[in-house]
Write a protein that binds this ligand. Structure first.
Ligand SMILES: NC(=O)c1ccc[n+]([C@@H]2O[C@H](COP(=O)([O-])OP(=O)(O)OC[C@H]3O[C@@H](n4cnc5c(N)ncnc54)[C@H](OP(=O)(O)O)[C@@H]3O)[C@@H](O)[C@H]2O)c1
Length: 237
């Protein structure tokens, strides 16, 4: 039987590159994003689920339906977006949405996924954190609040699930060249050494999924060799 992966954020960037890699390895992929299907994954062993992860109740009921049709071996949580600025610049709705998508959705999805993994006594979960899971800086009040929270969730989940054969990993990339920056006022400088590629993050995820069932990559940090940032980019906030 082919392995099956559930990937959030499969329509773009890290999630898309990971979906492409896993499909290439013969793994069936179900992808969650608001867009659902994207041209890059059409015609492959890919099932698209169009879902806004900001809506916890809808996420909960969609996953319930999905789990009736499909069991998963792997869960990769890559959905997320950047929200940067001073705290007083944000509306309550913006704060709630960013925390829902970047943090709460992981908890809501795992609430139902973990019992299925426990039943099978196996399962690998990989969460995409950030260097903002480890260190907070200027304008990072919301993003780091969510990503630090995600890191705490992963640490506790890893401890809760280890004796049931479940492996929980958190990867914390520095800047990755992806559409993540399309709506932001900064981006990695254009020379290749200033950003990780989405394929490099996907390769790391593939490596973790291929690893022995008796070890866990608790957390992996990866950063570009140089870290120049272009503040002349796109939208100004
Ligand atoms: N790029 C970086 O420098 C960087 C660095 C460290 C960590 N990260 C983290 O890596 C993850 C992936 O980012 P990326 O660089 O791949 O960015 P990306 O190319 O913008 O991809 C983000 C993905 O998340 C999905 N998504 C966003 N909001 C959603 C929502 N409300 N409901 C469902 N899906 C949603 C998007 O799909 P739809 O738009 O179709 O909904 C898309 O598939 C994020 O968690 C981000 O925080 C990124």
């Amino acid at each position: 039987m082919n392995k099956q992966a559930l990937i959030t954020g499969a329509s773009s960037g890290i999630g898309l590159a990971t979906a492409q890699l896993l499909l290439h390895k013969g793994i069936g992929v179900t992808g969650i994003s608001r867009r659902g299907q994207v041209a890059e994954l059409k015609g492959k062993n890919f099932t698209a689920v169009a879902l806004d992860l900001a809506d916890s109740n809808e996420t909960d009921s969609q996953l319930k339906l999905l789990l009736k049709q499909q069991a998963f071996d792997y869960f990769i949580h890559a959905a997320g977006y950047g929200e940067f600025g001073s705290i007083e610049q944000f509306s309550v709705a913006q704060i709630e949405r960013a925390i829902q998508v970047n943090l709460t959705s992981a908890l809501v999805l795992c609430r139902q996924l973990i019992p299925t993994f426990r039943q099978r006594q196996s399962g690998k979960l990989i969460f995409v954190g950030s260097e903002s899971s480890l260190t907070a800086g200027r304008k990072g009040v919301i993003y780091s609040a969510a990503k630090f929270g995600l890191r705490g969730f992963c640490q506790a989940l890893r401890e809760d699930c280890a004796s049931d054969g479940i492996q929980v990993s958190l990867i914390n990339p520095g800047m990755v060249r992806s559409p993540f920056f399309d709506e932001l006022s900064f981006a990695p400088a254009e020379q290749p050494e200033n950003a990780i590629s989405t394929e490099q993050v996907a390769a790391l995820i593939g490596h973790i999924l291929d690893s022995d069932d008796n070890i866990v990559f608790d957390e992996v940090q990866l950063t570009p060799r140089v870290k120049s940032i272009d503040f002349s980019a796109r939208k100004s906030k």
